[in-house]
Write a protein that binds this ligand. Structure first.
Ligand SMILES: Cc1cc2nc3c(=O)[nH]c(=O)nc-3n(C[C@H](O)[C@H](O)[C@H](O)COP(=O)(O)O)c2cc1C
Length: 197
């Protein structure tokens, strides 16, 4: 499978970056081809401006979208698998990645309403994964309902909700204080997730 990995952390040499490396190593070991996109390093502009706001709300599926959005969508066209790797910030994706959804999941591409009001999509991705390290422990993420909250938003709405047939979240807790044994265990986990993708 050809897999597009979208990495959203300002620091490539972070623990999230190490997780991304381990995951990609697993993917490649299993024979998948990988396209790695570092959204911060590429300078992706996450702000949906007045011009694109007009296009989105006009609900014209053929209205031309900005060139950078078209470039993101062209890269998606090549992918059967889609993986987001990002840190858990204030119980959500970093703002840059939220803006990626605002702009790239555009009307007429990620979703459109048909005459009978059903939703359609032009996305061809078959399988998606959100891989996200978090500071809170797994127990705390569960006790506060944060894992389920993020799964609903990220998986049910942003991925399954636009017609991707298979999607899941791996929220990997326990990174506050940077414990070496937790990091090591999570890197193995990320590699195994890549192998099993
Ligand atoms: C701005 C910011 C917000 C954060 N918000 C949360 C949060 O809401 N929940 C949580 O569990 N961890 C939170 N964290 C901790 C990060 O998720 C954790 O440090 C990160 O996953 C570790 O990866 P890194 O070293 O690659 O950044 C936050 C960290 C930062 C810098």
């Amino acid at each position: 499978m050809h897999v597009l990995v979208l990495f959203a952390h300002p620091r490539r040499r972070s623990f999230t970056g190490e997780l991304a490396d381990a995951f990609c190593q697993g993917l490649q070991g299993a024979g998948h081809s990988v396209e790695f996109a570092d959204l911060y390093a590429e300078g992706f502009d996450p702000l949906l401006d007045d011009g694109q706001f007009g296009l989105e709300t006009a609900m014209d599926p053929l209205g031309p979208r900005p060139a950078d959005v078209q470039a993101e969508q062209a890269r998606l066209e090549r992918a059967e698998g889609l993986v987001f790797i990002y840190p858990f910030w204030w119980s959500d994706v970093p703002a840059l990645l939220k803006g990626w959804f605002d702009r790239v999941w555009s009307y007429g591409y990620a979703y459109a309403y048909e005459a009978d009001l059903s939703r359609s999509t032009r996305l061809k991705v078959r399988k998606a994964l959100a891989l996200c390290p978090a500071g809170h422990t797994d127990d705390k993420l569960d006790a506060l309902g944060l894992r389920e909250a993020h799964r609903r938003v990220m998986v049910e709405d942003r991925l399954l909700g636009v017609g991707i047939p298979e999607a899941r979240l791996e929220l990997l807790g326990g990174l506050s204080g940077n414990p070496a044994e937790v990091r090591q265990q999570l890197l193995l986990c990320a590699k195994a997730l890549g192998e099993g993708f």
